[in-house]
Write a protein that binds this ligand. Structure first.
Ligand code: NAD
Length: 484
């Protein structure tokens, strides 16, 4: 098998296998063929990985930030050099078109390694003068062993978005990729070692939810960063709370995108396409509730349908293909179930709606119009290529409806009215907002959700605060005054 790794896990700088673990078959979503066979981590493997991370941590934290940063930046360079091969692997793991994976996966991972590698040398505490000559200084310290748990939509990116800030701060990591897409995190681990990361600094173990759960509850673990669904987030957050562990939760969404009648329709349609159909709709921040002002609704829908006719659906390894399969048969069936619900609840299907008659898990890009706020497709995260278009008349009305959701990951507005754009984003209950664009997530900017969509932020300087803590040192320059 072309994509079979040397072994399932990467621990202490080496590939490690334990065939007693439950089998994991890696399936190429474009054909349904098995491209690798792995094993879920047994308790022995979990133990090895946590020990390795624990043993490596003090020495890693004792390096200067400059030295840690250099290793991360070297890893970033290697990832960029191997971008095409890593993209081919990512395409086979996820089914995403090579057109996407060559620009949004290993490159995004490399950005994180480069950015946090650059920051590593400047992570410091501060000096706080007090009255009478006393002062406090703070020391920024690593948390210890961090656990990363990934979703299947951006496996390389997630492995790096968690690993890079963790390592920059002097932590070590045990990363568990999604069981659906286990391959590329192993490459990230290999590359880090090649770049000079000491053994045990970044370990990868495979497994289903039970392996994730056993990592979260282990007393050696100081922090858990999860990318996944809200139900999993609830469980992981609760388990971490028991051990008073730090958490970052990057969870699901049902984000609104509002298109006012003064917007550039071509740009708004582009935003809606990017925010619903990129990666076959399997993006957490997608703007799946598209509120369109009534006066431009038909014009918007017409242009949207015309543009969707140009989507090139097919073999994701063909560089001209812009729309690939869904990640798995299961995920495709979930999306098909929502499409049936949309029809049954009275939404107007105006585009797609069917499975495509070919091997693999291909679903047509699908658009429902006349969706109302209480329909299931407007309330629940589908995580597939299904866009709901809802009408609105006034700004006040749409603001309230946009926020009427338990989620708060992202939100967007298209308008040419400058003050309205800023008024709208000020009112959005969401962690990541867009004005006249959608779904960009550069490493320099904080990314994350409010409400049920998560806790904490990834990327940007803020991520540093989620992977380190301050030690306060009070220094007295005076005699100690005691009452007796
Ligand atoms: P999921 O919640 O099913 O699984 C996520 C990960 O958690 C997997 O690795 C899984 O094995 C693990 N897991 C499951 N149960 C666990 C438990 N009890 N303890 C510890 N780990 C456990 O999510 P998924 O289907 O892989 O991914 C899709 C979801 O991820 C969507 O809801 C999507 O919105 C979300 N997502 C969020 C972001 C973000 O940045 N906010 C990014 C991508 C995906």
């Amino acid at each position: 098998m072309k994509f079979q790794p040397r072994a399932s896990h990467f621990i202490d700088g080496e590939y490690v296998e334990d065939t007693n673990g439950t089998a994991i078959e890696v399936i190429y979503p474009a054909t349904g063929e098995v491209i690798a066979r792995l094993h879920s981590a047994t308790p022995v493997i979990v133990e090895q990985a946590l020990n390795s991370a624990k043993n490596a941590q003090a020495a890693w934290a004792a390096l200067s930030g400059t030295e840690r940063g250099r290793i991360l930046r070297r890893a970033s360079d290697i990832m960029r050099e191997r971008n095409y091969d890593l993209s081919v692997l990512e395409t086979h793991d996820t089914g995403k078109p090579i057109q996407e994976t060559t620009v949004a996966d290993a490159t995004s991972g490399a950005d994180a390694l480069e950015y946090f590698g650059g920051l590593a040398a400047s992570l410091t505490g501060e000096h706080i003068p007090l009255g009478g000559g006393d002062f406090v200084y703070t020391i920024r310290e690593a948390l210890g062993v961090c656990v990363g748990i990934g979703a299947w939509n951006y496996p390389t990116q997630i492995a790096c978005w968690k690993g890079a800030p963790a390592l920059a701060c002097g932590n070590t990591m045990v990363f568990k990729p999604s069981e659906t897409t286990p391959l590329s995190a192993l490459k990230v681990a290999e590359i880090l070692v090649e770049a000079g990361a000491p053994k045990g600094v970044y370990n990868v173990i495979q497994g289903y939810g039970d392996v994730g759960a056993s990592l979260v509850t282990d007393p050696r673990v100081a922090k858990v960063s999860l990318t996944g669904s809200v139900p999993t987030g609830r469980k992981v957050y609760a388990a971490a709370a028991d051990g008073m562990k730090h958490v970052t939760m990057e969870l699901g969404g049902k984000s609104p995108m509002i298109v006012f009648d003064d917007a550039d329709i071509e740009n708004a349609v582009s935003g809606a396409i990017l925010g619903n159909f990129y990666s076959s709709g399997q993006v957490c921040s997608n703007g799946t509730r598209v509120f369109v002002q009534k006066s431009i609704k038909e014009a918007f829908l017409k242009r949207l349908s015309e543009r969707l006719d140009h989507a090139k659906i097919g073999d994701p390894m063909d560089e001209n293909v812009s729309f690939g399969p869904m990640v798995s048969e299961n995920q495709m069936n979930i999306a098909l179930g929502y499409i049936e619900k949309g029809k049954a609840e009275g939404a107007r299907l105006i585009y797609g709606g069917e499975r495509i008659d070919r091997d693999g898990y291909f679903l047509q890009p699908t658009v429902f119009a006349d969706v109302t706020d209480n329909m299931t497709i407007a309330r629940e995260e589908i995580f597939g290529p299904v866009m709901s278009v809802l009408d609105f008349e006034t700004e006040e009305e749409v603001m309230a409806r946009a926020n009427d959701t338990e989620f708060g990951l992202a939100a967007g507005v298209f308008t040419n009215d400058l003050t309205r754009a800023h008024r709208i984003v000020a009112g959005f209950e969401a962690g990541t907002c867009y004005i006249n664009t959608y779904n960009l997530a550069p490493v320099e900017a904080p990314f994350g959700g409010s409400k049920m969509s998560g806790v904490g932020r990834e990327n940007s300087k803020l991520a540093i605060n989620h992977f380190s803590e301050m030690k306060t040192v009070y220094v007295s320059m005076n005699d100690v005054e005691a009452p007796y």
